[in-house]
Design a protein around this ligand. Structure first.
Ligand code: NAP
Length: 261
């Protein structure tokens, strides 16, 4: 089984994510290669790399780390990846399969990780009011599709930056999935006592007292929300590691489907 990660440019957060993906592959004895391309790489050069990986039968999973530099048309790169090797689950064919509840597709890793956390802790979403804050194709929208799917059976609201009175919308929720990329924006007042809170956000906040000059924090004001909620995921150490676990799961699924094993 083999997965290759393509990193274009030097975005520091992307470098951290790619390193932990490669490290996890190594821990699982899964062969992986990190292909590092310069920040000046053209669209054609990147498409040529994707094409080479598509045609290499030894490779089962391909991902191009987001965000790429501005000269790259990310949507076109995603469409160029063979959907059978699209372990990120971003190709339109896999998005359609998610909407169709066709399990042969790949589910985006972060929302799949959130679902797994709920399952692991015995938290049912059936009949629950769930508010997903964020409508990106990476987190918010696939998250909502998973929650509303048969078997999950939640009643889902997707909130975004134009939502009127986000606080009141969130306060209705039995489960809040925070994926806005806004440090600690979900305060205690946004959370119904006894609600479950999954914090997807990973934000760097400047802090001069830290050796690296910043601290990582989620979208939820953890300390104050912890006091009133039923359960909450920490940042770091919550959804992030689950995302990588789901990437490994998708790669295993890709290898099985491609080799018929
Ligand atoms: P994104 O593409 O920037 O989308 C953010 C979404 O949040 C948008 O839909 C935006 O609304 C909404 N939003 C922004 N500010 C808001 C506000 N004040 N009130 C309500 N909604 C607001 O980000 P993303 O890729 O989905 O990532 C979201 C967060 O999750 C980031 O912190 C990212 O680092 C983190 N993340 C973590 C993992 C992990 O493994 N744990 C994986 C992926 C992402 P509009 O659409 O109206 O602009």
């Amino acid at each position: 089984m083999r997965a290759d990660v393509v990193l274009v440019g030097e975005d520091p957060a992307s470098q951290v994510y790619v390193s932990s993906k490669v490290k996890t592959c190594a821990n699982l004895n899964m062969y992986s290669e990190k292909i590092v391309l310069s920040a000046e790489t053209s669209q054609e050069e990147l498409l040529a790399v994707v094409e080479r990986l598509n045609n290499d039968e030894r490779i089962h999973g391909i991902l191009v780390q987001s965000p790429p530099p501005p000269q790259i048309d990310e949507a076109a790169i995603v469409r160029a990846i063979d959907p059978r090797k699209d372990v990120d689950g971003f190709h339109p064919e896999n998005v359609a399969k998610l909407a169709l509840e066709d399990s042969s597709g790949f589910v985006p890793c972060t929302p799949a990780g959130c679902m797994r956390i709920l399952k692991e802790y015995g938290i049912s979403s059936i009949g629950k009011e769930v508010v997903v804050v964020g409508r990106s194709m990476i987190v918010g929208k696939p998250m909502a599709l998973l929650l509303v799917a048969k078997g999950s059976d939640a009643t889902v609201t997707i909130a975004h930056s134009r939502t009127a009175d986000l606080e009141a919308v969130c306060r209705r929720a039995d489960i809040i999935i925070a994926a806005a990329g806004r440090p600690e924006m979900i305060k205690k007042e946004f959370v119904k006592p006894g609600a479950v809170v999954i914090d997807v956000g990973i934000n760097r906040v400047e802090e001069s007292s830290k050796a690296r000059g910043y601290r990582l924090t989620g979208d939820v004001a953890y300390e104050e929300v912890f006091e009133i909620c039923e359960a909450i995921t920490p940042v770091p150490g919550g959804v992030g590691p689950m995302t990588i676990a789901m990437l490994m799961k998708n790669t295993l699924q890709a290898a099985r489907q491609l080799t018929g094993s």
